[in-house]
Design a protein around this ligand. Structure first.
Ligand code: 5AD
Ligand code: SF4
Length: 440
């Protein structure tokens, strides 16, 4: 059997795409290997979101060529967002045999079959229809407890800093029947948690014979599969997150109280330039609605420091919205100009690296404090956690997440608990990223 090795970079959607690629290649007789030195095909499933992501991957591509030299005939391929962005430029180095964009995975077997020592293969066509709806992903998670399900692909938002609409193409939703089928299948195989994935899940929409299905309808349908199946989703767009969705979450105990709501900036001037199409007031109103329906809901975010023309006042607006919302955690980035985006074409990347990094550090320091405060508020509370397995730091302890997604570590002495079990724990202490608990 031929062996396929894939390294995955970037977001959860890419992880799920890797699972789709394994499924497509499995039908062609390829088995999965985690040992790169025995691979017949080495793929990097890549990310273009920031320049440093691409630089890291370039370094890896160089290392791949050592394996290609050691085992002549080994194919090295670049797939995913960087493949779509850079297209045949990736072939220039002579280190790459295959380039395939996010909508070209069905053609991987024929592309690979067509490769000769002098002729690499490339397919970077984007599609308006492809959702890989019929493909049953080969799961690569470690514990068999939680899995991702892609419910849509592409993005129509065109935020001015973002490369995704160019790398993943236009937005399209997947047939809800195939989503439900996939979730049911996971449940029957012992999975206890599914995360529905899309760049902007709130614009999920399926026009069907039996009626239309929006994201709130889909979420409710998945939640009804079984009350013991935890349902998560990512990512919401603040401009689109609807009262109906928030109320649907509040009605279903097994939809996790956890919303990732990327704010990007707290300044109206920056939000306008970023083309986010909401303002600070609107965002805070959405947070109020979430908190009024679900006071215990965890809210997390993404923040960009040092976007084009950002003043000290704009930066302070970001710090103040963070305080006002009190995020439980956040992903924080320095702005990285991406070629071809609206921002790259229209606004100079004029904040110096020093200032960007100083602002980013201030944002990270503030978030560390907010996270610690959020975790400290949980001390003394009891949560139901879904056990994921032994804790990384001390194998004698177990770890599992609360519905809000916070990691709990606890000793299991006396109880026979395994990955996939639910357990109640009481929080004794915490760090800014872990709740230290005991079983109750
Ligand atoms: N520079 C920095 N961060 C970016 N993000 C997206 N594009 C860029 C960029 N050009 C961040 C946003 C987004 C997250 C996935 O990555 O915060 O929500
Ligand atoms: Fe995911 Fe965006 Fe990176 Fe593509 S560019 S892999 S969509 S994070």
């Amino acid at each position: 059997m031929k062996k396929l090795y894939i390294e995955t970079y970037g977001c959860q959607m890419n992880v799920n795409d890797t699972e789709v690629i394994f499924a497509i290649m499995q039908d062609e007789g390829y088995g999965r290997t985690e040992d790169i030195s025995e691979a017949d095909v080495i793929l990097a499933n890549t990310c273009s979101i920031r320049d440093n992501a691409e630089q890291r991957i370039r370094g890896r591509i160089e290392q791949f060529s050592h394996y290609r030299k050691k085992r002549p005939g080994t194919i090295v391929g670049i797939v995913g967002c960087m493949a779509e962005r850079l297209k045949d430029k990736l072939l220039d180095s002579g280190r790459v045999d295959l380039v395939a964009g996010p909508d070209a995975y069905r053609s991987l077997p024929s592309l690979i079959a067509s490769i000769t020592p002098d002729h690499p293969a490339i397919n970077v066509l984007l599609s308006h229809e492809e959702t890989y709806a019929d493909i049953n992903p080969v799961r690569i998670d470690k514990n068999g407890v939680s899995a991702f399900i892609s419910i849509m692909r592409g993005c129509n938002n065109v935020c001015s800093y973002c490369v995704v609409p160019y790398t993943r193409g236009a937005e399209r939703s997947r047939d809800p029947r195939t989503i439900i089928r996939e979730a049911c299948d996971l449940w029957s195989r012992g999975y206890k948690e599914v995360t529905l994935l899309g760049q902007n899940v709130d614009s999920y929409f399926w026009k069907g014979e039996g009626g239309n299905v929006d994201f709130a309808d889909l979420l409710a349908a998945v939640a009804k599969i079984n009350l013991r199946l935890r349902v998560r989703y990512s990512t919401s767009h603040p401009k689109d997150i609807s009262d109906k969705l928030i109320e649907t979450m509040a009605r279903h105990g097994n939809i996790c109280r956890c919303i990732h709501l990327p704010v990007q900036s707290g300044s109206d001037v920056m939000l306008e330039k970023m083309r986010r199409r909401y303002n600070r007031q609107w965002y805070l109103d959405r947070v109020r609605k979430i908190r009024s329906e679900m006071p215990d809901c965890v809210i997390t975010t993404d923040i960009i420091a040092g976007f084009c023309g950002e003043t000290e006042q704009d930066h302070r607006d970001t710090l103040s919205i963070m305080e006002e919302v009190g995020y439980d955690s956040a992903f924080m980035f320095a702005y990285s100009e991406r070629p071809g985006t609206l921002a790259a074409r229209n606004y100079p990347d004029d904040i110096s690296p020093e200032v960007k990094n100083r602002r980013l550090t201030e944002i990270i320091e503030l978030q560390n404090r907010l996270s610690l405060e959020s975790y400290r508020r949980d001390i003394g509370k009891t949560f139901e956690v879904l056990v994921e397995g032994p804790s990384k730091r001390s194998p004698r302890e177990l770890c599992g997440r609360t519905g809000g997604g916070k990691m709990c570590v606890f000793s299991s002495t006396g109880k026979d608990l395994a990955a996939g079990d639910y357990a109640f724990v009481k929080v004794r202490d915490c760090t800014s990223a872990t709740l230290l608990c005991e079983l109750v």
